[in-house]
Write a protein that binds this ligand. Structure first.
Ligand code: FES
Length: 314
């Protein structure tokens, strides 16, 4: 879809809010809290969560952290001027909110606030019980602080700033002390932050199906061998060599086989492929623990093989 960047607004140190409206005046497709869009910018395709209320469907709003360590997508976004026409995907949701939960705990680390902001907006509008725990390095780096100071948010929101010392840190054991079947937990932020929340939830006895997460950024570096292996395409029995240091997607592409990709970092799920034989070496941040253990699908943009051969449903 073509959209116009109608507004670009700094909302915190290194974070801008981008407001996108339909370029031709037709209504934008509806979206759900937790959804993201792919944005084509500067030769990159990047995923950004929608942070406005799904009820406010006339525009899409995304919050983008300018990350100097990134491969350039966020820097290209921050260089855009209002009025620019952009190409985006329709919204996709891999992080859906159960709006009917008796209670919802939202835990944000840094720019991970963006999908949780849309969830807070929806929960507030629906009059549902929720709490938002928002961790950032310092107040100036916390986006949406003005919005979160408004009635309907302020009484549900707590901020935790690293700059205020160890005693101001989020006490996960306390926040997650009481697992309850009717309560759902949603966490988004850097990988280490999410892992800490998931670890605390497991320790406290939360059922896995009540804890939902969305990672930002690239998959973790591999913890074991990065060697060569082969994949077989089940439809034609063709065998493709995947050399060390080459991803399955790259090896397939070199053989003339295109797998749809977007992030190429194991985050978005676009390239998900069924595994018919062999054991994948999962290196993505997309699959749940249960899905990894099933070993019947993988993200070939980053994952590899634990067995010499993988047979893929391609
Ligand atoms: Fe995004 Fe593979 S392309 S997970």
């Amino acid at each position: 879809m073509k959209v116009t960047l109608t507004r670009k607004l700094p909302v915190a140190t290194d974070i801008c809010l981008f407001e996108l409206a339909s370029a031709d005046g037709s209504p934008l497709p509806a979206f759900e809290a937790g959804a993201h869009i792919d944005v084509h910018v500067g030769g990159f395709v990047r995923q950004y969560s929608l942070c406005n209320s799904p009820a406010d469907g006339a525009v899409y709003r995304i919050g983008v952290l300018r990350d100097l360590a990134s491969r350039g997508g966020s820097i290209a976004m921050h260089a855009l001027a209002a009025g620019t026409i952009l190409e985006i995907s329709t919204p996709k949701n891999h992080f859906p909110l159960d709006e009917h939960a008796a209670h919802t705990i939202l835990i944000a680390g840094g720019i991970g606030i963006t999908p949780l902001m849309a969830m807070a907006e929806q929960l507030r509008e629906a009059g549902r019980a929720f709490e938002l725990h928002y961790c950032a390095r310092e107040p100036a780096r916390a986006a949406f602080r003005e919005r979160l100071a408004e009635r309907g948010f302020a009484e549900h929101t707590r901020f935790y700033f690293d700059s205020e010392g160890p005693e101001a840190r989020l006490d996960l054991a306390r926040v997650l002390a009481q697992p309850h079947a009717g309560t759902h937990v949603y966490v988004c932020g850097p990988a280490g932050f999410i892992d800490a929340v998931l670890g605390a939830a497991t320790n406290a006895g939360w059922p896995a199906q009540n804890v939902h997460r969305e990672y930002f950024g690239a998959a973790q570096p591999p913890t074991h061998a990065n060697g060569a292996f082969q994949v077989t395409l089940a439809s034609c029995q063709r065998v493709i060599d995947v050399p060390a240091g080459t991803t399955i997607v790259e090896a397939l592409r070199a053989g003339g086989i295109e797998v749809p990709v977007s992030c190429e970092q194991g985050v978005c799920g676009t390239c998900i492929t069924r595994v018919l034989e062999g054991v994948p070496d999962h290196r993505d941040l997309y699959l749940t623990d249960e899905e990894r253990e099933a070993n019947d699908q993988l993200l070939p943009c980053c994952s590899r093989a634990r067995t010499p051969m993988l047979v893929l449903d391609l």
